[in-house]
Structures are given as structure tokens and as C-alpha cells.
Ligand binder design. Structure first.
Ligand code: 0L1
Ligand code: MG
Length: 259
């Protein structure tokens, strides 16, 4: 496909100008996964050329809840930039978003390199320096938050904002597949889940990312990389005025307001 650059510019413009667009596959039904990652790569390059730096890698569609919600069954990956980062207690401005949704996740920071086709969750845990809870705010650039797999990959997996906990935890101190999570919206429990919903153990999501990178271009994960392992439950739609508090059992909470 020779329109990689135009598609990347089109999606970047939608993100920067905060307007919705039709799915790329509407006019290009043959868009392959390879094309879609090439568009994402170009979009990422354009952001880098504008002076932004990548701060984390993210996995998507790693839990049954997310797969069911979006009708997609394959994990995908994208990039998070430093300008997307907020911390616990953040005030988000609703008008900067199209149709934002919040999803609770665990993030892993690596203390060693991980690569190859045979990476296991055990290796990931051995090489994990710390973990922390976070909430990702996704905001698809597509109408009605509806897309096919190539569309969402090209759109950098709906990345928009991330709200990080201020506390870091040692992976040895927790059963990371048994962290209960409750997301409260305006004081009411909107959704509950357990971290095992992410590929039975969120370390499997990190291992899956290492394998996908290995298969795609022979690369892997490096010491210092931060990986967001994917929404534990379905994402929850946000509105102006919402106050969200997400409790992660034994790890405190992550909160934000939408103004
Ligand atoms: O964490 C996730 O599963 C995010 C998937 C990103 C795509 C989306 O749902 O818009
Ligand atoms: Mg996510």
C-alpha cells in the first residue's frame, strides 16, 4: 500500500484537531495488519519529529472483557508519549477529548532486556523492576468508537492519556494475577475485575509483546521499558464532571476528575 504516509497524517490531524474520522477500512477494506502497523509507525515518527518522546509501550485487547466490548480477539500494541502522562489526582479537560473511556491496568517497568520467541511470564517477572497501578484514558479517533483490528492498530490503539499511581511496588510482594480492581464513577462502583482477566496473568501480556516485536522485526523489550499490560475490564465512558477513583487491592487507588 502506498498511502501509509497520508493515512498517518490523516489520523494525526484527527487527533490534534480533536475530530472524528471514518475507519480507514471503509475505503480500504484490504488494509492488512502489516499496513496498519506501518501507518502506526509513521504516525509515531511524525509525533517524534514534532518533538515528542515515547515513554511507554501499551498492549490492548488482552482481557476477555475488552475483547467482548470491542468485538476483537487479538492483542495489539501501541505507543504512549510523555505528553500523555498524568498522575494520581489529575484534572482532565473534557473538551480535549472526543468520547473518552477509562480502563484500569497494571504497568510493568523492566530491569532487564527480554527478547525472543520463547519468552515466559516467569522470565518477565524475574526481569521486572517494579509494577504500579494506572488508568488508561482511551479516545478512538473513529466514529462511535467502532473499528476493525487494522483500524485501531493504525490509530495507535486509541492512545490518549494515562493516569499513573504515585506509588511503585515490588513484583515479589504481590500475587500479580490476583489484584482485585474496582472502578468507582461518582461514588458508585461502575466496574470490577481481577488482574488475572489479563491473559491469566498480566506478565503474560508483557511476554506476548516481546514475542510480537520479535516476530515483527526481530526486536524485543529493553531494560527501562515501561509496558502497560491492557485493560483488566471493559472501558467505562466518561462525561464532563465525572470523578473516578479506581481501587487496586493492596496497591492503593488512582483517581482523576473530568472538568
Ligand atoms: O487496554 C486495552 O485493551 C486498550 C485497547 C485499545 C483499543 C480500544 O479499546 O480502543
Ligand atoms: Mg489500555
Amino acid at each position: 500500500m502506498n498511502n501509509i504516509h497520508q493515512h498517518a497524517e490523516h489520523l494525526l490531524k484527527a487527533e490534534e484537531e480533536n475530530h472524528l474520522v471514518d475507519c480507514l477500512t471503509q475505503d480500504h477494506p484490504d488494509l492488512s495488519l502489516e499496513d496498519a502497523y506501518a501507518i502506526q509507525d509513521r504516525l509515531v515518527e511524525l509525533k517524534q519529529e514534532a518533538g515528542h518522546s515515547i515513554s511507554a509501550l501499551k498492549m490492548g485487547f488482552t482481557s476477555k472483557g475488552k475483547m467482548r466490548q470491542m468485538g476483537i480477539e487479538d492483542p495489539i500494541h501501541g505507543k504512549v508519549f510523555e505528553y500523555m502522562e498524568e498522575s494520581d489526582g489529575a484534572k482532565l479537560v473534557f473538551d480535549e477529548y472526543l468520547h473518552p473511556k477509562a480502563e484500569a491496568e497494571l504497568a510493568f517497568k523492566l530491569g532487564g532486556d527480554i527478547s525472543g520467541a520463547e519468552v515466559t511470564a516467569e522470565e518477565v517477572l524475574e526481569k521486572t523492576e517494579c509494577v504500579f497501578p494506572m488508568v488508561e484514558i482511551i479516545d478512538s479517533r473513529y466514529q462511535d468508537f467502532k473499528f476493525t483490528l487494522p483500524d485501531v492498530i493504525a490509530d495507535n490503539t486509541s492512545a490518549k492519556r494515562v493516569v499513573y499511581s504515585n506509588q511503585l511496588f515490588s513484583p515479589e510482594d504481590f500475587r500479580l494475577d490476583d489484584i482485585g480492581v474496582t472502578l468507582y464513577k461518582n461514588g458508585e462502583a461502575a466496574i470490577r475485575g481481577v488482574s488475572s482477566f489479563v491473559m491469566d496473568h498480566p506478565a503474560n501480556s508483557v511476554a506476548a509483546l516481546a514475542k510480537m516485536l520479535h516476530e515483527r522485526n526481530g526486536t524485543g523489550l529493553r531494560r527501562g521499558d515501561l509496558i502497560l499490560t491492557g485493560g483488566i475490564t471493559e472501558a467505562v465512558l466518561l462525561a464532563k464532571g465525572d470523578h473516578v477513583v479506581t481501587d487496586f487491592e493492596g496497591m492503593g487507588s488512582v483517581s482523576f476528575h473530568v472538568r
